[in-house]
Design a protein around this ligand. Structure first.
Ligand code: PMM
Length: 279
């Protein structure tokens, strides 16, 4: 299994639990309540088997508008700090270098940048300074209009080569190769068939030579697959499909799966490891 310096290495695919601190995620009871609820949610994810917890304050759903920097900091930093204080391995999901720096000061050990350094010119220099893990995701633009960029001839080849370009830029900017993780960005400037093709050929992304993070949890391509006459399967009823993807991604060599509920995926990655060990 690939290993990232400074992060857990249990010898199987890791489970990254998600704490979204967007306003309607937990409660509307004010900042302190929100932070406490975010920390409690992160601790529950760990109790359920998450190896690390990804804290984000900006929605990246298709069509989502950006939040401003002060608001992102207000949402994310108390949760990062509260979880890190309790010994949780924390990742911060941000495209902003300033938030990445503040989150690492607050105890984050991984920066998950869905833009792969493209949204903020200060991000790569910040990551070179900070010396923590860095997730470089495949990204073609902000969520407001990203689906118009979901145009590919050969999606696997194009995502692979665009990720390789970002990896080269990030390494040239001084980030240590031992701290780099790549992510095909399922659902980001992707139609469902693109996300399926990337999962089917995940080994093409693994063969770039860096640990691979896969974020499929509850995404639209699962909702579309499971749709019926009422339309797409609702968000909170995509858990079993998410678990199936966790097992398949782990079997295809993913370093970690990013999920909203940890327990079933924690079981799935163990099943994948046990099956793999018998090969
Ligand atoms: N997906 C979302 C947010 N952050 N980060 C990485 N590295 N990979 C992803 O696929 C990813 C991400 C969107 O998911 P959510 O808003 O449902 O949590």
């Amino acid at each position: 299994m690939p290993v990232v310096v400074g992060l857990p290495d249990p010898g199987r695919c890791l489970v990254m639990g998600v704490v979204n601190t967007t306003p309607d995620s937990f409660s509307d009871g004010g900042l302190l309540d929100d932070a406490a609820a975010g920390v409690a949610h992160g601790l529950q994810l760990v109790a359920d088997g998450a190896d690390l917890v990804d804290v984000g304050g900006e929605s990246t759903r298709p069509g989502a508008e950006r939040v401003d920097e002060a608001e992102e900091a207000r949402r994310v930093l108390p949760v990062v700090e509260g979880l890190a204080e309790q010994g949780v391995v924390v990742s911060v999901d941000t495209m902003r270098a300033s938030i990445a720096r503040a989150a690492v000061s607050a105890g984050a050990r991984l920066v998950n940048d869905v833009s792969g350094g493209l949204a903020d010119p200060d991000m790569v220099p910040a990551m070179a300074d900070l010396g923590v893990g860095y997730v470089v995701m495949h990204w073609r633009g902000h969520s407001t209009d990203m689906q118009s960029r979901a145009v590919y001839g050969d999606v696997v080849a194009e995502v692979r080569s665009e990720l390789e370009e970002r990896v080269a830029a990030v390494l040239a900017g001084g980030v240590s190769p031992e701290r780099l993780i790549v992510d095909p960005g399922l659902g980001f400037a992707k139609q469902p068939q693109h996300s399926w093709a990337l999962l089917r050929s995940l080994e093409q992304i693994v063969s770039i030579g860096y640990p691979v993070l896969v974020g499929a949890s509850r995404k639209g391509f699962l909702g579309a697959l499971l749709s019926d006459e009422a339309g797409a399967r609702p968000l909170d009823d995509r858990e079993d499909a998410t678990t199936a993807v966790s097992a398949l991604a782990a079997d295809r060599g993913a370093w970690a799966v990013r999920v909203h509920r940890a327990r079933a995926s924690a079981d799935a990655v163990r099943v994948a490891a046990a099956c793999g060990a018998l090969r």
